[in-house]
Write a new protein. Structure first.
Length: 702
């Protein structure tokens, strides 16, 4: 619809009773309702003639706003030229490919960097013109804009426009041009990019000015398109080694910081670099822009210090070994995937406003957002995550973007909730659709109140253990960013013990009597696998890898988050169709094929007997066609997952005794170890601390 009925306190929804008096309390929602004049489209509203907002089956309504000026899609490429020749060529081809996927009126810009930073002017026809900046000196936004001639905004996007704004061409700047004007010139310019010409002495790293390049990109967009949706896409093949934001020196004999260095406070550049990138991230978020980081190298690239850029702005973080791999190429291509209407699956410049009934207060949010510092009576003093506000800014959105919102019940004990009343929450999200249209999405939910003393079984029956596990995991990962790992694990253990004490059934001094109902039975095993996950355990992971894993966990939806916490394991055999099996070493059998999905990796593992049969070539013999089909089944299922997942997971095909079998063995619960091995089992030497130590927290089937 063109416009919806948006009240100042609560948006029109199915939980509101009709007719509305001028001002009243809605007894079901416990919120104050004021009834201003309805728009003309709602003139005939009544109990028998209701708009979609008042129909219970429509808990979410999206309004498409036709009025107001539209903003173009803006993509600013920031490209590292300190790459190996093969890597640079592959990256150039991927960037040229992306140009063909952009809409004709999208604005595109290009910044390249090595020892120096070059801002390419794209409005010049027939010649290549660029502004060169030193990579050792940071510049303020004002200095950057003065040097680039951007002191006067090139696009007054906030001013009113004439009627039919969709027919008005988008205004551009010299550095950001519509793709239909510069397609050929920019394609040629990308093809002509050369490696950074400055020589690199043996035993040295290339001088890479990532921090200055990113600072100039932020300043360029600030001066041309403030408060407009835009993407800064940073492509880097190594760590920043000079200037603001550097994370390691240019001497190869000095390794980049590790977790051990960080624990010993021996990471020389980390604090200063992190402060630089946090400043850039906050400026970017203020202007509604988002930053993507595509880091492809065999060593660390500084994601730990730069993680705030995508984390605070809703951008993507992609990590790989090389730009010349299918993992990067296909992941990058999927960023520009389109829906059935032909629009990109992305949105920009979103704000989330949360409203509650008076018994609830908002404690905070965890996800790719920043606080807008909007105080109010519904804001709790006890903060969880990004708290102290009822509104957040999300500069970049995609279909999987998910925030965890935490609430506090404030009057359950002091003033009992009247029987039959409901607690209500409303989420109002305003954003710029990829079609350049402004939209408002309103979701309203209401739930019955239950007394924690007399109606405990009602609470138990309604408990969503999957959602609870993900929300607790997000909170644990958020705390792990600033607290010691053992402290976070102890906190998780205490929360689990409290839950089991409250809802478990047991006889004192008898651990074997402990039981949990079906509504809670999976929760303890989620916590078990969370404790062993790379989100909380940094052993055997670099700081960059930990930052990468935590970034994706903080933004994915419920299903994908559960896969990250507890990977899915499927077994393939001659005895029937594929079936899910326990993530346990007892599931590793010689006559089985296993498919494990960890979200970040897809692992196909052939049991010992299956691997021997494949080596003998039985799959090529006509009489063993069923074996050929058995080998093919997990490959087909893995391909289906690979096609749907973003970012594209690493694909691993291994077998019993193979070096890459470690990816499976490190994830399964080691119930069979060198201490209790039996026939057909797979030895697991990852530690003898299995779930047998967690029996007191398990369900009756543990």
């Amino acid at each position: 619809s063109e416009t919806g009925f948006l009240c100042t306190r609560l948006d029109l929804n199915s939980e509101i009773c009709l007719p509305l008096p001028p001002k009243c309390w809605d007894q079901r929602l416990n919120v104050l309702l004021s009834s201003p004049q309805f728009p003309p489209a709602y003139a005939g509203i009544s109990e028998v003639n209701q708009p979609a907002e008042l129909m219970p089956q429509f808990s979410t309504i999206e309004y498409m706003i036709q009025r107001g000026a539209r903003s173009p899609l803006i993509f600013l490429y920031v490209v590292d030229t300190c790459l190996e020749e093969d890597d640079l060529q592959a990256l150039k081809e991927s960037l040229q490919m992306s140009l063909s996927l952009l809409p004709p009126d999208a604005l595109v810009g290009l910044i390249t960097f090595g020892r120096m930073v070059q801002v390419h002017e794209l409005s010049c026809e027939g010649i290549s013109k660029s502004y060169v900046f030193r990579g050792t000196k940071d510049l303020t936004a004002k200095q950057i804009q003065e040097m680039l001639g951007l002191t006067k905004s090139a696009m007054p996007v906030q001013q009113a426009r004439p009627a039919q704004p969709q027919e008005q061409p988008f205004v551009s700047s010299r550095f950001l041009q519509p793709i239909h004007k510069i397609d050929m010139n920019l394609t040629d310019l990308l093809g002509e990019l050369q490696r950074d010409p400055w020589p690199v002495t043996q035993g040295k790293r290339p001088l890479r000015s990532t921090g200055v390049a990113l600072s100039i990109a932020v300043g360029l967009l600030e001066g041309t398109f403030p408060n407009t949706g835009a993407r800064i896409m940073l492509f880097t093949g190594g760590p920043p080694t000079q200037g603001p934001g550097m994370v390691v020196g240019d001497e190869l004999k000095t390794p980049i910081r590790s977790w051990h260095d960080i624990e010993k406070d021996n990471a020389r550049f980390m604090k200063k670099a992190t402060k630089h990138y946090e400043m850039l991230a906050n400026r970017t978020a203020t202007n509604g822009h988002c930053i993507d980081i595509y880091a492809c190298a065999l060593d660390q690239t500084g994601l730990l210090e730069m993680k705030c850029c995508p984390n605070l702005t809703g951008g993507h973080m992609v990590m790989g070994d090389s730009f010349n791999t299918s993992l990067f190429k296909q992941t990058f291509q999927r960023i520009f995937s389109k829906d059935f209407n032909g629009d990109f699956r992305m949105a920009f410049g979103a704000t989330l406003d949360v409203k509650t009934s008076r018994e609830l207060k908002i404690a905070g949010a965890i996800g790719p957002c920043v606080s807008l510092n909007v105080k109010g009576p519904c804001v709790s003093e006890n903060e969880l995550g990004v708290g102290g506000t009822s509104q957040w800014k999300i500069c970049g959105l995609d279909p999987s973007s998910t925030l965890g919102i935490y609430f506090e019940v404030v009057n359950q004990h002091n003033a009992p909730v009247p029987q039959g009343s409901r607690g209500a929450i409303q989420f109002v999200t305003q954003y710029q659709h990829s079609s350049t249209q402004k939209r408002i999405r309103v979701t309203t939910i209401a739930r019955n109140w239950a007394d924690a003393q007399s109606q405990l079984r009602h609470i138990e029956a309604a408990f969503d253990q999957e959602a609870a596990a993900v929300l607790m995991a997000r909170l644990g990962v958020f705390r792990a960013e600033s607290e010691e790992g053992p402290d976070v694990l102890r906190w998780l253990d205490r929360q689990l013990i409290r839950l089991c004490q409250k809802f478990g059934q047991y006889n004192k001094e008898d651990p074997t009597s402990f039981r949990l109902s079906d509504s809670f039975s999976l929760y303890p095993q989620f916590m078990f696998h969370l404790r062993r996950s790379p989100f909380l355990q940094v052993f055997n992971n670099s700081p960059d890898e930990s930052s990468y894993y935590r970034h994706h966990f903080a933004r994915q939806d419920l299903t994908q988050s559960l896969i990250m916490i507890q990977p899915i394991l499927y077994s393939y055999s001659f005895h029937g169709p594929p079936e899910p099996v326990l993530l346990d070493s007892s599931s590793i059998l010689a006559d089985r094929i296993l498919l494990m999905d960890t979200f970040f990796q897809i692992v196909i593992y052939l049991g010992e007997t299956i691997a021997q049969w494949r080596k003998a070539g039985y799959q090529d013999m006509p009489e063993y066609e069923n074996f050929k089909h058995l080998l093919q089944a997990p490959l087909d299922d893995a391909q289906e997952i690979l096609q749907a997942r973003f970012p594209m997971p690493r694909y691993i095909n291994t077998e019993h005794g193979g070096s890459q079998a470690r990816f499976l063995l490190s994830k399964v619960n080691p119930s069979q170890t060198h201490n209790n091995l039996y026939a057909w089992g797979q030895v697991s030497l990852v530690g003898d601390l299995g779930r047998r130590h967690w029996t007191c927290f398990g369900s009756g089937t543990e």
